[in-house]
Design a protein around this ligand. Structure first.
Ligand SMILES: Cc1cc2nc3c(=O)[nH]c(=O)nc-3n(C[C@H](O)[C@H](O)[C@H](O)COP(=O)(O)OP(=O)(O)OC[C@H]3O[C@@H](n4cnc5c(N)ncnc54)[C@H](O)[C@@H]3O)c2cc1C
Length: 493
């Protein structure tokens, strides 16, 4: 039986473990943190439960594929969000609700954007054609080299070419009249950890996935249930997991990796190694590759860092739904400076998730659990986060005023994670929340490959390798890397 060793237990690592164990590999997972799940983790404090990172997913059919491939049904209950979310604009009392149903959406924006349903329909039809023309050919494919990638791209119909030369903002600006509607349709750029002003228009396909194709889904009881269920299956498959075990160096022999070494000097041997640690920084920091030196890593484009606040609050906040966005009045100015500022945002834009709205058992009776996420500059630009309490209070005060509820006096539990905490806890490079960004020169064959350049038994899975970041993408990544391993190593025995 061949031994496969997976470094990291994010969703990418866990999905790969499921697939390889089912194929007969003897799988071991080594995880730096004390719990599995990576960014998809959980925080529990005095009867309050919070999803630490992801709060929804799209393209849920990737879960069907993953569990189908190991002969199981999806082990959690998925619930579609309707409305998808609501957006609070500064200075406007009424939040705007975003519906998949275009008639309802048009009614919601009747005072701002005439004929919205027709405009959205055309916008989504265009984005949908691009999505379906690239999903299988490009997103769900392995490439052996750049030429192969370019050849695959050349099979994408030419009518999509203008998408490559426009920004997402350019696309929404062309389609809609109202500033609010433009902003709402461009918010998905932040899911890529970027801004609509530097994100190519191709990613309007995310609007299509959220609003027409599959929608937004949450897991009943919280996203972490998915990790808990996967752990049960891995246990049934005999997969070993070792926590508090960080790989810090390797041992190699004639082009073949034969062991990795943890922080205590213990060595771990295997036939095949899969790194779920960041595919770019692992190459630089653990393998010492010159192309991924700190200097070179710093010059790459990384997604925004998360500043997150977890609050258990006494009382119910009726103005909040499951997903809520709070925006200021200077969208372009904010987006332009957010990446590179060395000070905390003074008027932050942020997202609030309230799990207790749909899963009341995740907070004590009559209370709410608030997860606040504010995109901020990573540690390359702002190293010192000793002002984190101040920034959190700034957000809490703003939120209190906008929902008309005195949050500060009702806080029962509070935890803040600044970019330096995210970096330390999960080895996220300089605290970047979603890994490498998705500029045209950092996707497909230009993204760090899922197979190592030197060792023919070392592979990568997760957000910074192909195809990219987000829960459905890292599940696809696990399928792509498993296919590579199968081609290279024929069988598990
Ligand atoms: C705040 C936040 C909110 C998000 N919200 C959403 C959302 O709503 N929907 C969505 O689809 N996506 C969301 N994402 C993105 C999503 O969480 C990620 O794309 C995905 O979880 C990445 O999974 P992964 O397997 O690549 O890596 P990770 O989850 O980062 O897992 C990697 C694991 O490897 C471990 N590790 C690293 N280095 C080592 C080492 N040297 N030795 C041992 N172990 C190591 C880490 O501790 C970690 O557990 C969010 C991300 C963040 C940060």
């Amino acid at each position: 039986m061949k031994k496969a060793l997976i470094i990291g237990s994010g969703l990418g690592g866990l999905s790969t473990a499921l697939r390889l164990a089912k194929k007969g590999y003897k799988v071991t997972i080594l995880e730096k943190h004390s719990t599995p799940g990576g960014r998809m983790n959980v925080i529990e404090m005095n009867g309050y439960k919070f999803d630490m990172g992801p709060s929804f997913m799209s393209m849920t059919y990737e879960l069907d594929e993953l569990f189908g491939s190991i002969g199981k049904k999806v082990p959690v209950t998925l619930e579609e969000l309707d409305p998808l979310y609501q957006v609070f604009f500064e200075g406007k009392d009424k939040p705007r609700k975003i519906y998949k149903d275009l008639k309802k959406l048009e009614d919601e924006f009747a005072d701002l954007e005439p004929n919205l349903a027709e405009k959205v329909d055309q916008y989504l039809t265009r984005a949908g054609q691009f999505f379906h023309d690239t999903e299988d050919k490009v997103v769900k494919s392995n490439f052996n080299n750049k030429l192969e990638y370019v050849l695959k791209l050349s099979r994408v119909p030419l009518k999509h070419l203008p998408y490559l030369f426009k920004t997402m903002w350019g696309e929404v600006d062309k389609t809609f009249k109202s500033e609010e509607v433009k902003i709402i349709f461009s918010l998905v750029a932040f899911f890529l950890g970027a801004t609509p002003f530097n994100t190519p228009a191709i990613y309007s396909l995310l609007n299509y996935t959220e609003m027409r194709h599959n929608g937004y889904w949450k897991v009943r009881g919280g996203m972490y249930k998915l990790v808990e269920e996967i752990m049960k299956i891995l246990n049934e498959f005999g997969v070993e997991v070792h926590y508090n075990t960080e790989i810090v160096s390797i041992g190699n022999n004639n082009g073949r990796l034969y062991q990795v070494v943890d922080q205590n000097g213990k060595t771990w041997e295997a036939d095949i190694f899969i790194s779920n640690s960041d595919a770019a920084s692992f190459r630089g920091q653990i393998l010492g590759r010159k192309n991924y030196s700190e200097d070179k890593l710093d010059k790459m484009h990384w997604t925004l860092a998360p500043f997150t606040v977890y609050l258990g609050v006494k009382g119910k906040m009726d103005r909040l739904m499951h997903h809520n966005y709070f925006l200021g009045s200077n969208f372009k100015g904010y987006a332009d400076t957010i990446f590179t500022s060395s000070i905390s945002p003074q008027k932050p834009y942020y997202y609030v998730n309230v799990l207790s709205k749909s899963d009341p058992e995740t907070a004590p009776d009559g209370c709410e659990n608030l997860f606040i996420l504010c995109p901020v500059p990573d540690l390359r630009y702002k190293k010192d986060w000793s002002d984190k309490e101040e920034l959190a209070q700034n957000i809490i005060d703003d939120l209190s005023a906008r929902v008309g509820y005195d949050i500060s006096s009702n806080i029962e539990v509070k935890k803040i994670l600044a970019p330096d905490d995210w970096a330390k806890t999960l080895n996220l490079y300089k605290g970047s929340g979603l890994g490498l960004a998705h500029d045209i020169d950092q996707v497909g064959a230009f993204r760090p490959k899922n197979k190592d350049e030197v060792f023919n038994n070392l592979y990568y899975v997760g957000a910074s390798t192909t195809p990219g970041t987000g829960l459905p993408m890292v599940i696809i990544s696990s399928r792509l890397v498993t296919e590579r391993i199968e081609v290279d190593h024929a069988s598990a025995v």
